[in-house]
Write a protein that binds this ligand. Structure first.
Ligand SMILES: [Cu+2]
Length: 735
């Protein structure tokens, strides 16, 4: 009953298009100072991103910034916690992508990559999203083979001479019925002609969400705990996710010095496809940046510092075994960059720069007694990853038709880790032997990686553009892939980025992945790009030393582990060869436009990618099956209404080595609407209108309740379901 009343209140808030005639579309005049985020001299070849309207709608729909990428062709999302999905571009995910938040390469610090870079910025703060897929200019790439994602908050703005100062504020709130999610955000900016000060804060929380139908028996999650309904996704709740950011910027003529300090704390975030939950995360970032524009071009210098403290344990929906299982992570990352875009002539731009990153990691599990004590288990002790990069890129605009870009980049990556110990080295079979073997190894590694990109853009007329590119790109393994050492099943299960429920064991001898990619894009549209457009990209990537996995047949791994075709298994990272290829397509067409009824636009996207392991003949893990979206968008004054159909084919080409779970095909209908006034915006949406049951093909294995610490203590073969129907409302005020 209470719910019904709440629903009626929400429904009454739906704006109707008839009101639109009176609306004044908010169109604030913002004086944005020269800022490299909008540099015309930055590389644009291969870049795509959501437009402003799309971004505004997506911001209202989720507390997970990764979801802002989900309408970009070629991008799909690995499921994880409620605010921390991992983006995948054309089948390559997680740290195979370079992901920057406000120019800083934020690093995860967790054996499950729970605190992914995009989990550190709230959607309400995201102003701009740029994605470079596949062939990526070396000036924005490096230590990544799948592409680059640049997420930016609002650049500092300054008053012009007449206004003297700007005072601006914003506040918003949202409610989403499925999972009873709610939160707020607010921010204020005070700026004069040379000084800008901003503050932003946001908060969100959600209970467990529900699927479209029962997908498992009704059972308690923890020992003697309350029953979890059959349609409730255990360990999908989160709470106390709070972001605070303060910024100061000083401008002198065309130069800006900017200091941003931010902190994110999360009290709890459940992970339905992991065996643990995040029970605390505290991340602090200092980002100091200088940008200057000169007659010869522009330059940027940056220093960033990230300090992360991360804790995991069994959340309320899991067995605690009387002791729980605390896991602790501490990491620090220092990053520095100097780069310049030099205008060599009317025709040529030279981009060059050097970067440095130093990441240290401590990952330990306090003793809890029994065979898990008396010592602290060191998963990684004093892990280090140091990176020194340099690049040079030459872009030439030969004439109105031809643009070319060639770049080379060197990334030197040095990794190391200190000696480790198990809970009890006296228990040689469980902990001691593995630790001794790891400690006896030389663990110091240096990878000399280099990248090359060559692209051309051909614009034969106002209605078509073609891009062709080749890239060689490299990515060195992360510390968990190289330096996790225990073959104890329980310990291995805790090391998992894939969300597949398997256990992973590191491999000190892993080599960097090297990808060679070719891609071809055609973009056809009407002369002013307003009435219709079609964009089609085909690509092929061959990856040498692709980091896949093989069944563990040593240490504590059983013989049965090597042959099991069902159930969860133990794996070790290994270099193999792989190839990925596919097509992305997107298009839009203005169907009708009248004074009285506004405009109707049809939009669509289509994605197909195939990933194969050439060494074993197996399929690659978590490859998005054929998928598409079509939508009808109605705009009239301040009103926008969207009806969207999402269709996804079944996932039948699965990774056999990982016993990856198949998922079925599905079709969802989403309805979204927004209304903008001069000083306010209201969003209302019904997602998954027909309350369909479905599983995101990249959502992983359901491990969200029960005895998750033992390999097959949880039924195998249940994918994490997607969210059932939800009514979402969000409201923002601008003043
Ligand atoms: Cu974690």
């Amino acid at each position: 009953m209470k719910f019904t009343i709440r629903l009626m209140i929400l429904m009454s808030l739906i704006p109707i298009p008839a009101l639109a005639d009176d609306a004044v579309k908010m169109d604030p005049i913002i004086v944005t100072a020269p800022n490299s985020s909008n540099d015309s001299t930055d590389s644009t070849i291969g870049a795509s991103g959501p437009d402003k309207a799309q971004l505004s709608t997506d911001r209202a729909a989720s507390s997970d910034s990764s979801k802002l990428l989900q309408n970009i062709p070629g991008v799909s999302l690995y499921g994880a916690g409620g605010i921390s999905s991992l983006p995948a571009i054309r089948g390559l995910a997680d740290d195979r992508l370079r992901i920057q938040v406000d120019g800083a390469d934020l690093m995860p610090a967790c054996p499950n990559h729970m605190n992914s870079p995009l989990s550190y910025i709230a959607p309400s703060q995201v102003k701009e999203v740029t994605v470079f897929s596949g062939v990526t200019p070396v000036s924005v790439g490096g230590d990544s083979i799948g592409g680059t994602i640049l997420v930016k908050s609002t650049p500092p703005e300054f008053a012009n001479k007449d206004d003297k100062y700007i005072a601006r504020g914003q506040a918003g709130s949202f409610y989403r019925s499925n999972g009873n999610a709610y939160g707020y955000n607010f921010g204020a900016t005070l700026a004069g002609e040379w000084l800008n000060m901003t503050y932003n804060q946001s908060n969100s929380q959600s209970d467990n969400y529900s699927a479209g139908r029962n997908f498992k028996p009704v059972a308690p999650g923890r020992e003697g705990g309350p029953l979890i309904p059959g349609d409730e996704v255990g360990s999908s709740a989160y709470r106390g996710a709070t972001n605070r950011a303060v910024g100061i910027a000083v401008r002198h003529a065309d130069q800006i010095l900017q200091l941003n300090l931010s902190q994110q704390t999360v009290d709890f975030e459940g992970f339905p496809n992991q065996r643990m939950d995040m029970t605390a995360n505290d991340n602090k970032v200092l980002n100091l940046r200088y940008t200057g524009q000169f007659s010869w071009g522009d330059m940027e210098a940056r220093f960033s510092y990230q300090d992360t403290r991360h804790t995991m344990d069994m959340g309320p929906d899991r067995f605690s075994y009387g002791t729980g299982m605390p896991m602790e992570t501490k990491a620090k990352t220092q990053g520095a960059l100097v780069k310049g875009n030099v205008l060599l002539s009317e025709r040529d731009i030279l981009r060059t720069g050097v970067e440095y990153q130093y990441y240290t990691l401590y990952d330990w599990w306090p003793p809890v007694g029994g065979s898990m004590g008396p010592n602290t288990f060191w998963n990684i002790d004093y892990g280090q990853r140091q990176k020194i990069d340099a690049f040079v890129e030459w872009e030439a605009r030969w004439n109105n038709e031809w643009l070319s870009q060639v770049g080379v980049r060197s990334d030197t990556v040095m990794t190391d880790a200190g000696p480790v110990q198990g809970y009890d080295n006296g228990l040689a079979g469980a902990w001691g032997n593995d630790a001794a073997a790891f400690n006896a190894k030389n663990r110091d590694r240096t990878d000399y990686n280099w990248d090359l990109t060559a692209s051309v853009r051909y614009t034969p007329g106002p209605m078509q553009t073609y891009e062709a590119g080749f890239a060689r790109a490299s990515h060195s393994p992360n510390l968990y892939q190289r330096y996790t050492w225990s073959t104890n099943p329980m310990a291995a299960l805790m090391n998992n980025f894939a969300g597949d429920g398997n256990g992973y064991i590191g491999n000190v001898d892993l080599k960097p992945e090297v990808a060679n990619t070719v891609s071809l894009t055609g973009d056809w549209h009407d002369a002013d790009k307003s009435r219709w457009g079609v964009k089609l990209t085909g690509y092929y990537t061959s990856v040498q030393d692709y980091i896949d996995a093989q069944r563990c047949d040593f240490g504590q791994c059983s013989a049965a582990n090597t042959t099991a075709t069902t159930g969860f298994v133990l794996l070790q990272y290994v270099n193999q060869s792989a190839q990925l290829y596919g097509v992305d397509a997107s298009g839009h067409v203005l169907l009708a436009q009248t004074e009285k009824y506004g405009s109707f636009t049809g939009t669509g996207t289509l994605g197909y990618v195939r990933g194969e392991n050439l060494t074993t003949g197996d399929n690659l893990y978590n490859i998005m099956p054929l998928n598409g979206k079509i939508a009808l968008v109605h705009r009239l004054g301040g009103w926008t209404g969207t009806s969207e159909i999402v269709a996804v084919a079944d996932k039948s080409q699965v990774s056999q080595v990982r016993n990856e779970i198949r998922t079925g095909s599905y079709c969802l209908l989403n309805l979204r609407s927004s209304y903008e006034w001069r000083h306010a915006r209201l969003d209302f949406a019904i997602e998954n209108l027909f309350d369909r049951y479905y599983a995101n093909p990249l959502g992983g294995a359901y491990l969200g309740q029960g005895p998750s610490m033992t390999t097959n203590g949880i039924p195998w073969g249940v994918p994490v379901p997607g969210m059932g129907r939800t009514f979402n409302v969000a409201f923002s005020l601008f003043f």
